[in-house]
Design a protein around this ligand. Structure first.
Ligand code: ADP
Ligand code: MG
Length: 240
């Protein structure tokens, strides 16, 4: 039985810039199943970050409905949004966003602090680092790690509180191809082992190819949805 983790219905987002309205999302409807890995692709300005921000409970749509795990996030106030983020969502960014002076272990502990966890934080953080293959790097600081290792620390941090949903905005954008492959394999394995739902904005065809679904945005619309089970038909994914 499939279980829907994300349901977005007719999402619109209008940014008001003085007298000018910018229509970033123009009625977007999509749903994502538990454990599904989705790439969000599309040219710059097509609405990828706007969509990721709404799905990540960082912002609200101007109109439309968004349900995460049965909860109606589109109607929540700022405190409720923060609470949903702490409870259900992990974030990974292109630039890793680690605290430079803190050890890998302290970085990974951070979401547990925010969530008010008082006991067993160190152990939980250490386990999360072990699960991304960094058991021997727990006391290293970000400057003492490669880019790929830093992103694995960031993934360990995003996963430490076992989120339902992992959002990754260009997670391999700053990595060499070997590290990118390791990170993508790690994301794939996380979804398969823990049924974590993953949404990833990416420009990389190689990255998209190991996801289940590709959602293509253009000008605030969904231009097309392709599923791996049906074979990605798009020219650009066929490797020509
Ligand atoms: P993408 O991530 O695909 O590059 P964005 O979601 O960042 O696209 O942007 C979609 C559109 O909304 C663009 O036209 C962008 O200029 C505009 N936009 C994004 N964020 C803001 C904002 N905070 N204020 C005003 N306009 C914005
Ligand atoms: Mg963007």
């Amino acid at each position: 039985m499939s279980e829907l983790v994300i349901t977005a219905e007719n999402l619109t987002k209008v940014y008001q810039m003085g007298d000018v309205e910018v229509h970033a999302l123009r009625g977007l409807t999509m749903s994502v199943e538990r454990g599904e890995v989705v790439s969000i692709m599309g040219p710059s300005g097509s609405g990828k970050s706007t969509l990721m921000n709404i799905i990540g409970a960082l912002d609200r749509p101007t109109a439309g409905d968004y349900f995460l795990d049965g909860e109606r996030v589109s109607e929540m106030d700022d405190n409720q949004l923060a609470e949903v983020r702490n409870r259900k969502i992990g974030f990974v960014f292109q630039s890793f966003n680690l605290l430079p002076r803190a050890t890998a272990l302290s970085n990974v502990e951070l979401p547990l602090r925010y969530a008010g966890v008082t006991r067993g934080r160190r152990d939980q953080a250490r386990k999360s680092l072990v699960s991304v293959g960094l058991a021997d790097r727990v006391t290293h600081r970000p400057t003492e790690l490669s880019g790929g290792q830093q992103q694995r620390v960031a993934i360990a941090r995003a996963l430490v509180h076992s989120p339902r949903l992992l959002l990754a905005d260009e997670p391999i954008g700053n990595l060499d191809s070997t590290s990118a492959e390791v990170v993508m394999e790690l994301l794939r394995r996380t979804a398969d082992e823990f049924s974590t739902t993953i949404l990833m904005a990416t420009h990389s065809m190689e990255a998209a190819a190991i996801t289940d679904t590709v959602v293509r945005l253009r000008d605030g619309h969904i231009e097309g949805i392709e599923r791996r089970s049906e074979g990605f038909r798009d020219r650009s994914l066929a490797g020509d």
